[in-house]
Every structure is written in structure tokens, then in C-alpha cells.
Design a protein around this ligand. Structure first.
Ligand code: GDP
Length: 411
């Protein structure tokens, strides 16, 4: 059973590509920052190289690199979950996290936007209302996020659920999961939708397989699709355990009907996929509750049907993880990689090359000065040599003269 359940982690390979790419880009920007600050010090400290225009340019590059380094640090993959209240959005998130973190119960309704994410390196699990400093216990989540509680937060609030990285593999791969109030509420919160959800890499529409997709859900997704060009959209027909058990002999028929309606929604009404084959791969029939029960050890004897539904849940998890990593790699890092290349080319053309010319000019000038000096020294040497020769001759003349004088005196 455990190997059957753990096969779900196969989805992690593409997610680790995102983490690896992030580390690599961070290294590139860190190197660029060191490189630029090295040049800044060189120019600032050297009177001969000082060039105010160059200094200004380098400072602009340095602050741009610093800003991108901060953005890179914050970059994570984001998945947003939508659907009518009680369709099982929180249950799907819990199943993906392998444990019941978000309140998910009959009658419970998530009242606000709820973001589950990995926390800072040493922090303990906690809940935090965005814009507020206070760290609250995880148990406060029930009251804060439940629409029926007196302490319920306003729908516009963003509640952050911070978990240690090691606790859930998905969070360790820098994935952020955004639970939303039911679509009927969310549809009224256009600004929140823009602020909290539109930067998601993947959107998951959680439907209730016991009923058909509602007009509100369709309308809501039309709005989402109109704001984004071809969002990555997945449809989960959740509570399939209940729906398929209602009339087991009709299971295939009901499934086909769901499939057809979802295909029409994705292709004709939302226009997010152009062909049926593509769209069909984005539609799943699952039971989030069963997936969670298998993962947290509450169900040790799954039936064949439960196992089949779990395999479908794993297929969903694998597909959306791949899509998430691919999309996030392109949208989050593509631009920063281009920026790094552009900055290096600009640095090379407008700063480094002229600087190298300047330095080599200075060296050449130095060399010329040295040759002059040698020449001057040579002249002086020759002068000295000439003088000493003359002196020697005079000395000889003098000694000859002396000898001559001495001989004269002796005579
Ligand atoms: P949300 O309002 O969309 O976040 O829905 P919840 O996750 O709170 O789920 C509402 C209720 O449906 C809870 O009692 C869940 O345990 C239950 N539930 C969610 N998913 C499933 C499922 O796949 N099968 C069954 N049988 N119950 C589910």
C-alpha cells in the first residue's frame, strides 16, 4: 500500500527543475552583483580611471541587479483553486499536502482567501493575516477562515498559512496553494482576484461530480479566462466516490456526460484549448477525501474503485505539477534570464570595453614614459661616461705632467 501511495512523488521531477533553475539564476545574479561592485570599487578608488558617467551607469546596473535578486527570492509557483462552496477545494489542497491542514468539513465554508506556503527557514508553523505582524497558532485557522464563525475574516482578507518546508513535499518545491472563497463570493471581489490570483501559473476548477457545472461557475471562469491569455486550466470533478456510487450501473454514462460538458466549457465557452485531445487531458474524476485518507493512513484497505480513483488523482497531480513547473519556468525566469544577458552585453559594450581601452592606454602611456626615462638615463650615462673619459685623459695628462715636472726638479 505504501509503495502504491508514494508513487505520487513522481510528479516532483519537473518541480525540482524550477527549484534548480531558481538557484542557478540566483547564482548568476549574485555573480553579476559581485562583478559590478568590483568594478565600482576599482573606478571609485582610482583617480586615473575615475569617470562620473561610468560610475552612474554602474550604479544603475547595481540597483537593477539588486531588485531582480529580491524578486527571484520571492518567486514561487502558484496554483489557485476555484469552485462553489463545499465542492471540496480545501479537501483537494489537503490531499496534495498529504495532511489535513485547511479546515474542510460539511457546513464549513472558507470565508476568505487562504494561501498555504512554506515559511522562512527556522520558523514554526503559524497562521498570519497579511498586513499584520502577529503569528497565530494553526488551530486559529478554523475560526478565522470559517464563514460561520464570529471571528470570521472579511472575504477580502488574505490569510497566510505558513508551514515548515520539510512538512509537505509540494511546499518544499516552492509551490504556493491559494484557496478561495466560493465563486459566488469571489466573483464580487474583482480586485482581490487580480491581486491574489491572477499571477497563478495554474488554475484549478473544482466541480462537484454529483451535480452539473453551474452558471455562476461558468460566468466566473469566463471572466478569469478573459483576463489572461490561455490560462492553464484543469477541471476536477470531485466527490466522484459519492457520485459514482449513487447509480453504479450508470457510472460510465455519467462520466461521459461530465466529460462532454467540461470539454464544451474548455473549448467553446472559455476558448482555453483549441482541440479535444488537449482539453480531455485536463479533466479528471477524483475523490480528494479518499486521496487524503489514503495518504494520512486513515484508510488501510482501499477498495479497487478507491484505488482507481486514487490513480486518477495521481495522474492529475503529476500533470498539473509538470504544467506548473513548465509555465512558471517560462513566465517567472524567462524574462530575468534575458535581462541578465542584456545587462551583460550592455556592461561589456558601454562600460567594460571602454574601461579596458582606458586601462591599456594608461599602461601604454606608462611604457612610453619608461622609454623616455631610459633614454634620458642613457643620455645621462653617456654624458657621465664622456666626462669620465675626459677626466681620465686629463688625469693622465696631469700625471704625465707631474712626472715631467718631477724629473725637471731632480735635474
Ligand atoms: P470547499 O468549501 O470547496 O473548500 O469544500 P471542503 O473541502 O470544505 O469540502 C466540503 C465537504 O465535502 C467536507 O465535509 C469534505 O470532507 C467533503 N468532501 C470533499 N471532497 C470530497 C470527496 O471527494 N468525497 C467525499 N465523499 N467528500 C468530500
Amino acid at each position: 500500500l505504501s509503495s502504491f501511495i508514494s508513487r505520487s512523488s513522481s510528479s516532483s521531477s519537473r518541480l525540482s527543475d524550477f527549484v534548480d533553475a531558481k538557484t542557478e539564476l540566483q547564482d548568476i545574479y549574485h555573480d553579476m552583483s559581485t562583478y559590478i561592485s568590483g568594478f565600482l570599487t576599482l573606478i571609485e578608488d582610482n583617480v586615473l580611471l575615475k569617470d562620473l558617467e561610468m560610475l552612474e551607469q554602474l550604479r544603475i546596473f547595481a540597483s537593477k541587479v539588486e531588485a531582480i535578486e529580491k524578486v527571484l527570492l520571492r518567486n514561487r509557483m502558484k496554483v489557485a483553486f476555484f469552485g462553489r462552496t463545499s465542492n471540496g477545494k480545501s479537501a483537494v489542497i489537503n490531499a496534495l499536502l498529504h495532511e489535513k491542514i485547511l479546515p474542510s468539513a460539511m457546513g464549513h465554508t472558507t470565508s476568505c482567501f487562504c494561501q498555504v506556503q512554506a515559511n522562512g527557514s527556522d520558523e514554526a508553523e503559524h497562521v498570519k493575516i497579511e498586513q499584520e505582524e502577529q503569528h497565530l497558532e494553526l488551530s486559529a485557522l478554523n475560526e478565522l477562515a470559517s464563514a460561520h464563525s464570529p471571528r470570521a475574516l472579511k472575504p477580502r482578507t488574505l490569510l497566510q498559512v505558513n508551514m515548515p518546508r520539510s512538512r509537505c513535499p509540494l511546499l518544499d518545491y516552492d509551490v504556493v496553494l491559494m484557496d478561495t472563497p466560493g465563486v459566488d463570493v469571489t466573483a464580487q471581489l474583482d480586485d482581490c482576484l487580480d491581486n491574489y490570483c491572477m499571477d497563478a501559473d495554474v488554475f484549478i476548477l473544482v466541480l462537484n461530480a454529483e451535480s452539473t457545472v453551474s452558471r455562476v461557475e461558468k460566468q466566473f471562469f469566463k471572466e478569469v479566462a478573459s483576463k489572461l491569455s490561455r490560462p492553464n486550466l484543469f477541471i476536477l470533478n470531485n466527490r466522484w466516490d459519492v457520485a459514482s456510487n449513487q447509480e453504479p450501473e450508470m457510472e460510465h454514462l455519467v462520466k461521459d456526460q461530465h466529460m462532454e460538458r467540461c470539454l464544451r466549457l474548455l473549448i467553446d465557452e472559455l476558448g482555453v484549448y483549441s482541440n479535444e485531445e488537449q482539453a480531455r487531458k485536463r479533466i479528471y474524476h477524483v475523490s480528494a477525501l479518499e486521496a487524503l485518507q489514503l495518504r494520512n493512513g486513515c484508510n488501510r484497505n482501499p477498495t479497487t474503485q478507491t484505488q482507481e480513483r486514487y490513480l486518477e488523482f495521481q495522474r492529475f497531480e503529476n500533470d498539473f505539477s509538470n504544467c506548473l513547473a513548465e509555465s512558471a519556468l517560462r513566465t517567472k525566469f524567462g524574462q530575468h534570464l534575458l535581462s541578465a544577458q542584456e545587462m551583460l552585453t550592455q556592461l561589456e559594450a558601454t562600460l567594460i570595453s571602454p574601461l579596458i581601452v582606458k586601462v591599456s592606454q594608461l599602461m601604454k602611456e606608462n611604457r612610453e614614459r619608461r622609454t623616455d626615462l631610459y633614454r634620458e638615463m642613457g643620455d645621462r650615462e653617456r654624458q657621465i661616461e664622456g666626462r669620465s673619459e675626459a677626466l681620465e685623459m686629463r688625469f693622465q695628462e696631469l700625471s704625465e705632467l707631474t712626472i715631467g715636472v718631477g724629473q725637471c726638479v731632480l735635474k
